[in-house]
Design a protein around this ligand. Sequence first.
Ligand code: PLP
Length: 454
Amino acid sequence: MGPVRASHIDERGIVARFEAKTRKSAELYRRALEVTPGGVMAGIKHFEPYPLFMKKADGSHLWDLDGNEYVDYLLSYGAIILGHGNRVVKESVESVLDTYGTTVMGTPTELESDYGVVLRDMYRPDGMIRFTNSGLEATLLAVRLAKGHTGRRKVAKFEGHYHGAVDHFLFSYTPDVEKAGSQESPTPVGDSVDVDGGLLSESVALPFNNWKATERIIEANSKELACVMMEPFEEGVIPGDHEFMRNLRSLTSDHGIPLVFDEVKTGFRVRPGGASEYYSVTPDLTCLGKIIGGGLPIGAVVGEAEMMKQLDPRKGNRRKVFHSGTFNGNPLSLSVGMATVRELTRKGRFEGLLRKTESLKQMVAGELTSHSLPHDIEGEGAMFNIYLTDKKVRNYRDAKASDLRLRRLIDMGLLASGVYLKPENRYCLSLAHSNDDIRQTGEKFGGALDALAS
Ligand SMILES: Cc1ncc(COP(=O)(O)O)c(C=O)c1O
């Protein structure tokens, strides 16, 4: 096959092929539009021309309403790591109902300490943990702990980093580059109309992987910063330079600014001990989510004991950060999460997952090269993303400058041939992905590029 040339692509034909195979999803989408804004319960689930509605999952596979079968690389945005419907998960759900006779009691249970110790020992052995019900609740709790601890108001985060639908962090996630100032001094840009002047005056945007500029901005704001928040791998995949991460840790320590790692994507996916294991850098607070619930809703903050003790509700605590939640630490999420972590960390499991991920990366890279498409593949552990660019992607602006239209069209072609990931999203793998899945995906990737070249 010849090279893929963006200008020659029959975009309409690619979308028409997708639409022809997914009529029932289109039908249900029209109904959903009547019920909920945009037909989706979370903005992230939308894509053009309409999202696919799934009806069943098993292992590494999904089936949509029209009966099309897919190899799943979305895995609920990385939350599923054993594969769908794993036996251990099913048994764990049953065991909660058998043991407790219910799904939730609103009281402490043994599981909270049992699982809490497992996560604490992996992420902050001398620290403490608090469970929440989602990643966004974890990042929200982290920023409130940081504010309580420092008595400061400003929040710094990196351009292009996502921390959930929390107003403190809904700036400079996907800014229009024209409105976002220079690379060296990014202007905080709200991602949502409710994030306006008031909040933005307490927001500081930082350029990832640009140490000189990051150092200058943090120093200029050091007396007012409650925390520096970051995805230690941007979008879960773009690493910080080791030196950048070490410098950031020491600068924030020097100024008494809590450093928060948002490991909702990277926890148990980049390494079992997350990005902090990869970099050997310990933040003050770590936010976890996704995998630690094994497919059930969850979040957690693990961190430095004195900061965490602000949550102590007992009378003697004079510097209290209020925190509560009906479903915090519910037995179902904890039991399934703990069973998942136990399974994933059995000898050889994570290593096997890394090998499979590596082999898919190589196949995809081989296909892109043989179709003369410049590319950069970023990601550690069981997750990666593909950027169509001739430059190494090190931050948001590099990613934004890659060929996103071509990427979306490749992904639409993959959907039509039975490979599921939300267009332009990253690839996540699970223990259930077989060597056959990987081989077939590599071939289908080649096929999607052939279709664009023809
Ligand atoms: C890095 C990061 N932080 C926070 C969140 C929010 O987590 P949740 O969707 O569970 O609220 C996400 C979700 O994708 C995330 O990727």
